[in-house]
Design a protein around this ligand. Structure first.
Ligand code: PMV
Length: 346
């Protein structure tokens, strides 16, 4: 069968997903909102091959085994069921940014895998369709977002482009992400203050399972519709002041849940806190910048494009900040040409 290559961007959540109602289906405890990150991407090629006795997975040039391989194979099982296919696949995936350090590599990884694998398996995507009643017939963008969600929750938000909302839904059928504004709607920039490029100790799948052990999670989830509404409106109205306040509050709430779980999860390093304080101080002086942090120590500093250079310079001066990576608002997951070298390898 033919190989297909897909590209997807990671995304940074403004309103966070933390905790599942259903761990297997990855139905989230609350809805979330994010921005896709342009220029950071995962490219994944998938080819089903009748000469294989098992899936062969290569990530960033290294053959995977153990947990990583099992997770990809389990995901491919979903695709095989949808496509009624019994073949194993070659999967080749590359990121142009460090994995596992608070830039959501699992989001872009499973979004790219969902698109490449579904196409390679012969499932068609017809993004114009409003409704999907039968997955194997009408494999549209919502279905693709739902499929990506099964690999990593936040991956469903890397399927549509621009500013994206994941509707928590009530079941597997209605829990998917939609674009709430295209990339050109508002030129925000994520200046990522890298304070570590190491792998995090506790992955997010494990972390989600601990969320309910924090006394604070129920209140965080109960209040989520209010935060989602403020964030959605701030994006639509390009209201940076309200966006900054709600993004920081939401990030603080998620980290309070993490820190008060059993066992507690501490993702921050001292430099993380230094960046938080510096960003708040700069904003009080008029800089349109605010922070948000995922399951890692790096700080995503969201600012308007007009002050991105000034924000990066300010962050560079903070002790413990090793590097700044910047990303504008990214588009949707999409198919790309197969690089001929990879096609030969496959
Ligand atoms: O999709 P996961 O299982 O990697 O979870 C992502 C969790 C956070 O990045 C911390 C928050 C979010 O909404 O992206």
């Amino acid at each position: 069968m033919l190989p297909f290559t897909a590209l997807a961007h990671p995304n940074i959540a403004f309103i966070k997903y933390w905790g599942n109602r259903n761990e297997i289906l990855r139905l989230p405890a609350n809805g979330s909102i994010s921005m896709n990150l342009d220029g950071l991407d995962t490219r994944t090629t998938v080819q089903f091959d009748n000469s294989l006795a098992a899936d062969v997975v290569r990530i960033n040039g290294k053959f995977s085994n153990g947990g990583e391989q099992v997770r990809v194979s389990k995901f491919l099982d979903q695709v095989r069921i949808l496509a009624n296919l019994r073949l194993f696949a070659h999967v080749e995936s590359e990121n142009n940014f460090p994995s596992g350090a608070g830039i959501a590599s699992s989001a872009s990884a499973f979004a790219a895998l969902a698109l490449a694998a579904s196409r390679a398996a012969g499932l068609e995507i017809s993004p114009d369709r409003e409704e999907t009643s039968n997955l194997d017939k009408d494999f549209d963008q919502m279905a693709l977002s739902r499929l990506a969600r099964r690999g990593s929750g936040s991956a469903c938000r890397s399927i549509p482009g621009g500013y994206v909302e994941w509707l928590a839904g009530t079941s597997d059928m209605d829990s998917y992400a939609i674009s709430i504004a295209p990339p050109g709607h508002w030129d925000l920039v994520d200046c990522i203050a890298m304070v570590s490029t190491g792998q995090k100790n506790t992955g997010s799948s494990e972390g989600h399972a601990l969320a309910g052990t924090s006394l604070l999670q129920a209140s965080r989830v109960e209040d989520a519709p209010r935060r989602l509404e403020i964030c959605r409106r701030a994006i639509l109205e390009r209201d940076f002041t309200n966006l900054a306040e709600i993004i920081e509050e939401d990030s603080n709430l998620m980290h309070a849940v993490m820190m008060s779980s059993h066992p507690p999860l501490f993702y921050w390093l001292p430099a993380t806190m230094a960046v938080i304080l510096a960003v708040r101080e700069a904003r009080s002086q008029g800089l349109q910048a605010c922070y948000t942090i995922d399951a890692g120590p790096n700080v995503h500093v969201i600012c308007t494009a007009a002050v991105a250079d000034e924000t990066s310079r300010m962050l560079t001066g903070i002790p413990g900040v090793r590097e700044i990576r910047t990303a504008r608002v990214g588009g949707p997951a999409r198919l790309v040409q197969n690089p001929s070298t990879r096609q030969d390898e496959i």
